[in-house]
Design a protein around this ligand. Structure first.
Ligand code: PEP
Length: 250
């Protein structure tokens, strides 16, 4: 039985004061939640937010990480630094990293392996563009990103990987994939992982949906058999919009 996993990606929003305030209000409300819940603040807020979370089931995530452990990489943040401030999970391969910062599958794979080697959990984001969807290539693109992102990741390490299917055209646009369209890609992604690893590995894999998920559509999306959670951007920035998603089944 897979445990639902709801994650908030705060992106480049919120000052330290605002992030701490939001984290505190989530901590108050997320107590006996049956799901896994994660918040991923900006780097400058991680340390302060980490101090709010002890005793809470809410996990601390980072939104990105360098592909190298240490050294002359101006502006980058190392896995060691993330662990130092209590980060447990790192989001890698987000479409904004792929499209704005030209992160390739090879770079993302390096990051995935480094994070796993250091004991972090990884949320590996994959998803097709509108052009690719319209050309009927959504599943092909997603499966290729999964295969490349997980290259040389062992079956043992895979148990610390979550895949987030985020159709690029649905991120921050207010457009959501229909539950059926999302389910189709999720099922194909799970089958791909079954092919690359083993049926049990595929069965245990958590696959989140991301792309304008909100209080109004979360329940319907989460009802799909292969949708195990959500990666939420815009709606994770306020307790009143994030908590109804966390509590989608109440
Ligand atoms: C995201 O950035 O991962 C995301 C899904 O954003 P939004 O919920 O705003 O579409």
């Amino acid at each position: 039985m897979r445990k639902s996993f709801i994650a908030g990606n705060w992106k480049m929003n919120l000052t330290v004061t605002q992030a701490v305030e939001l984290a505190k209000s989530l901590v108050k409300s997320v107590k006996d939640c049956p799901h896994r819940v994660l918040i991923a603040p900006n780097f400058t807020c991680l340390d302060a937010v980490s101090k709010v979370l002890p005793g809470s089931p809410i996990l601390l995530g980072a939104q990105n990480m360098a592909f190298a452990e240490t050294g002359a990489y101006t502006g980058e943040t190392s896995v060691l630094m993330l662990k130092d401030v209590g980060v447990q999970v790192v989001i890698l391969g987000h479409s904004e990293r792929r499209s704005i910062y030209n992160e390739t599958d090879e770079i993302i794979n390096k990051k995935v392996k480094l994070a796993l080697t250091h004991g972090l959990e990884v949320i590996l984001c994959v998803g097709e563009t509108l052009e690719e969807r319209e050309a009927g290539r959504a599943i092909e693109v997603v499966n290729a990103q999964i295969e490349a992102g997980l290259k040389d990741v062992t079956a043992e390490e895979l148990s610390r990987v979550v895949i987030a299917y985020e159709p690029v055209w649905a991120i921050g646009t207010g457009k959501t994939a229909t539950p059926q369209d999302a389910q189709e890609v999720h099922a194909a992604a799970r089958a791909k992982v079954g092919e690359l690893y083993c049926p049990k590995c595929a069965e245990n894999l958590i696959i989140q949906y991301g792309g304008s998920m909100n209080a109004g559509n979360a329940k319907e999306l989460m009802a799909m058999p292969d949708i195990d959670g959500g990666l939420i951007g815009g709606a994770s920035l306020k307790a009143e919009t994030f908590l109804p998603i966390v509590n989608y089944d109440k």
